[in-house]
Design a protein around this ligand. Structure first.
Ligand SMILES: Cc1cc2nc3c(=O)[nH]c(=O)nc-3n(C[C@H](O)[C@H](O)[C@H](O)COP(=O)(O)O)c2cc1C
Length: 150
């Protein structure tokens, strides 16, 4: 699928008093009414248990100035939440990426097994946008910044 250009997101949650998150490019909208999005999470991921248990998660769509966060959130055996670039969604305990291009807060509705991944289906409950940013994209196994955007 290396020729499929996709957005780069960080999916975050908090469960059992711990922040968890991973870089994910499999995010897509799947329904308008109700508003549902999906993300495929590898069953082998260290975040899989938390993301399938937590009642809520956040899809943070990264801006093109945030590729270091995409790298940090796909690196094993580090504290991904240490350092700049992470904050808390006001009024919640949910960790989020500060100044993400878009934030989609979701309530987990379904977990669908698909091969070696689980598809998380979430219902959008809150949307925060930074429309002036440009989205970071993943194409040919590398990060790219779009040259034009509407
Ligand atoms: C651009 C990019 C997109 C990724 N997309 C996904 C994805 O959609 N689902 C997934 O489970 N892992 C995805 N990964 C891999 C995870 O971010 C990473 O392998 C994983 O977090 C490794 O650590 P973990 O086992 O602690 O989760 C992606 C990695 C990169 C760099």
């Amino acid at each position: 699928m290396s020729l499929l250009a996709v957005p780069v997101c960080v999916v975050t949650t908090r469960t059992d008093g711990e922040n968890r998150g991973l870089t994910a490019s499999t995010v897509t909208g799947v329904s308008l009414d109700p508003p549902l999005v999906s993300v495929a999470v590898a069953r082998s991921s260290s975040c899989h248990g938390a993301l399938t248990r937590a009642p809520q998660f956040v899809i943070n769509v990264l801006g093109d100035d945030q590729r270091h966060l995409a790298t940090r959130f796909s690196t094993r055996d580090i504290d991904r939440f240490a350092g700049e670039g992470v904050s808390t969604l006001p009024g919640t305990e949910l960790p989020v990426i500060t100044d993400a291009h878009a934030l989609y807060r979701c309530t987990l509705r379904q977990v669908v097994p698909v091969g070696d991944h689980d598809l998380l289906i979430g219902e959008l409950t809150d949307v925060r946008l930074r429309p002036e940013a440009r989205p970071l994209t993943w194409y040919r196994r590398a990060f790219h910044r779009p040259e034009q955007h509407g």
